[in-house]
Design a protein around this ligand. Structure first.
Ligand code: GDP
Ligand code: GDP
Length: 453
């Protein structure tokens, strides 16, 4: 992955839920009521550097935030004013878009001023959106001002939350209430301390799967049947590679060499599907001495469609001479062009050549599979990209991408919030550029589009 600006990264926190979409909270209100101050308070100022980056609009900037182990995205909006003109109108329009794409809206009012006509107009806009709204009475720096907040019941948005964004007064309570208003998180099964990484060794018959497994079990230290603290399915094998124990799933068939006997391709593909499903990463063996066949392609497709990390091992490299090498390179360009991101290694299960390259290749693929791009960095990059190369015009208009978040990992999933559906070609362009910028070598990535309703 390329270098990210310092200060944009969130520290890894194993307690954070990694599955499911990251909910979006939009902060709206008149200019100067303290929205930015509140957003900075919520994100702990960790990522506020985004504002200084040229090319990024200050108007609608998303940030990663977390509270009590939950991640969410906060969208800071410029001041909302009805009947605004020119730039102010554009900012107001952005705020409305932010409201439409949000799961929860935080509406900020300045308690030292009270509800103004502009606030009342904003409330009408919020009502139309049918989004849950949390009313914040900001600048309640002391108890007297806190009492003033009562007057904001008149806005008809429920209980006002008096806080002081500047001093942090009651901001924890506010975050609790924001979290409570977010959509239910998907149930995350905490799997405690992680066991060995699960690897599927797959490929069509005769590519050398059982030879490789035997080689790995022999060269590296013997396979342990019950490593301390791990429970391993009897059909799996534990193999030590490069100082780490790996769980090769569903290898019983390989060891007994029944795979050739039990014949039909249908059963072979069922077996592959089962192993891939049980694994985090698949090592797909191809026979470097033979042309890449349709059956090879089907195995690769199974891995990609299951969303697993992918390492392609060209086995039998001992049989590859200069001639074959030349044709193989051409074949790779042609046959593997839909998965240029796969990690590739050239090995020989027979001689042991480069078998020690497998573990680093698998590690790299898994790291990509679990990579998370901070929302700030993602959107800085995306803004620059879409400004340089906007979506082509369709029927007189070009759909715009408003912002993006990474909804999950394993594999990485991204959601693009847009003003309309995107062309498949443009989506592919974005994926290609995303990989150029952030890597993801060895992992499929998913992009989905959420057009604004
Ligand atoms: P925005 O335009 O809504 O984003 O407002 P800002 O966050 O830029 O804040 C506008 C002004 O209000 C700044 O001078 C802040 O320091 C001030 N401010 C923000 N929150 C508070 C607060 O809780 N108490 C007080 N006294 N001032 C605040
Ligand atoms: P599987 O069906 O994928 O498990 O493949 P096997 O491990 O049974 O191997 C099929 C054949 O390929 C056997 O005759 C192996 O000896 C041979 N083989 C496996 N790996 C290599 C290799 O790296 N080089 C060469 N030359 N032959 C290999």
């Amino acid at each position: 992955m390329s270098e990210l600006p310092v200060g944009l990264d969130i520290p890894d926190n194993p307690d954070l839920s990694s599955a499911g979409p990251v909910p979006v909270v939009a902060v709206v209100g008149r200019p100067n009521v303290g929205k930015s101050t509140l957003v900075n308070r919520i994100i702990g100022r960790r990522q506020a550097v985004v504002e200084d980056v040229p090319g990024v609009t200050r108007d609608r900037v998303p940030y990663d935030a977390q509270w009590n182990g939950r991640r969410f995205t906060v969208v800071d909006t410029g001041g909302w004013e009805p009947d605004a003109r020119d730039r102010a109108a554009a900012i107001a329009a952005q705020a409305e878009i932010a409201v439409q794409t949000a799961d929860v809206v935080v509406f900020v009012v300045d308690v030292t001023v009270g509800a103004t006509d502009v606030d009342e107009a904003a409330v009408k806009m919020l009502r139309r959106s049918h989004k849950p709204v949390i009313l914040v009475a900001n600048k309640a720096d002391n108890q007297n001002l806190e009492m003033e907040a009562v007057s904001l019941w008149s806005l008809g948005l429920g209980e006002p939350h008096p806080i002081s964004a500047l001093h942090g007064r009651s901001s924890g309570d506010l975050l609790d209430d924001i979290l409570a208003a977010l959509p239910e998180p998907p149930l995350i099964v905490e799997d405690g301390p992680r066991g060995p990484r699960r690897v599927a060794l797959v490929g069509r018959p005769n590519v050398g799967k059982s030879s490789l497994l035997n080689k790995l079990s022999k060269e590296e230290r013997a396979v342990v049947d019950s490593a301390a603290g791990t429970t391993v399915d009897p059909v799996d094998s534990l193999v030590e590679m490069d100082g780490e124990i790996w769980q090769f799933v569903d290898t019983a068939g390989l060891r007994k060499r029944v795979n050739q006997a039990s014949g039909t391709e249908y059963y072979a593909s069922l077996r592959t599907a089962g192993a891939v499903e049980a694994a985090e990463v698949a090592v797909v063996l191809l026979d470097a001495g033979e042309v890449i066949s349709e059956q090879d392609q089907r195995v690769l497709t199974q891995v990609v469609e299951a969303g697993r990390a992918l390492v392609i091992a060209f086995n039998k490299w001992d049989l590859v001479d200069a001639d074959r090498r030349f044709y193989l390179d051409k074949e790779i360009d042609r046959e593997l062009k839909r998965i240029p991101w796969a990690v590739r290694v050239n090995i020989s299960a027979k001689t042991g050549r480069a078998v020690d390259k497998l573990a680093p290749a698998i590690r790299k693929a898994l790291a990509s599979w679990e990579q998370r791009i901070p929302t700030g960095a993602l959107n800085q990059w995306l803004t620059a990209l879409t400004q340089a190369t906007p979506h082509p015009v369709r029927g007189g208009r070009a759909p715009r991408i408003l912002f993006a978040t990474q909804a999950g990992v394993a594999p990485p999933r991204f959601v693009l919030f847009t003003t309309g559906p995107l062309d498949a070609g443009y989506l592919r362009f974005i994926e290609r550029k995303l990989r150029e910028e952030f890597g993801f070598e060895g992992s499929p990535i998913e992009l989905s589009v959420k057009p604004r309703k």
